[in-house]
Design a protein around this ligand. Structure first.
Ligand SMILES: Cc1cc2nc3c(=O)[nH]c(=O)nc-3n(C[C@H](O)[C@H](O)[C@H](O)COP(=O)(O)O)c2cc1C
Length: 133
């Protein structure tokens, strides 16, 4: 089964989650400027909220790579939301977005300092491994 990890980050929180997930899968975590070069069974799409939505770069990545994505699993962090599925499904171009996802708090200004932390990184590793059980 072919898996890939892509992320979009502004302050590094999502990159940390993406790299932890990728290490558990023994693949690289690349940012969304790197296209998917082959058909991917599960894309772990790591992104966060900015003004209640995902960044345009994430939407563009999905659009430009849709023919190579069979299924999306969301990984993300935010200051106050609980899920990335709504905005990702809106942008998903008809690609199935799994009900299972990983979401945790992400540092934003003076709140949620140091999140994602070591516990979050352990939890995201467990989450991606659990997808295949
Ligand atoms: C400009 C901006 C807007 C944000 N808007 C939201 C928001 O609408 N809802 C929310 O829960 N978090 C919001 N956040 C918090 C981020 O989602 C959170 O800090 C996330 O962990 C950032 O990940 P990153 O470091 O990978 O960019 C916002 C952060 C920034 C910088």
């Amino acid at each position: 089964m072919k898996t890939a990890v892509r992320y979009y980050t502004r302050s590094g929180n999502t990159k940390k989650l993406a790299e932890a997930a990728a290490s558990a899968l023994s693949v690289r975590a690349d940012d969304v400027s790197v296209p998917l070069f082959e058909k991917t069974d599960i894309l772990f799409l790591c992104c966060s909220y900015y003004a209640f939505d995902i960044d345009e770069a994430v939407k563009r990545f999905i659009k430009e790579n849709k023919d190579n994505i069979k299924k999306i699993v969301c990984i993300g962090s935010s200051a106050m939301m609980k899920s990335m599925k709504k905005p990702v499904r809106r942008a998903s171009e008809g690609i199935p977005v799994a009900d299972e996802e990983f979401h945790c708090r992400g540092a934003f200004g003076s709140i949620h300092k140091n999140r994602p932390d070591e516990n979050d990184l352990l939890a995201v590793r467990d989450f991606v491994k659990g997808i295949f059980e």
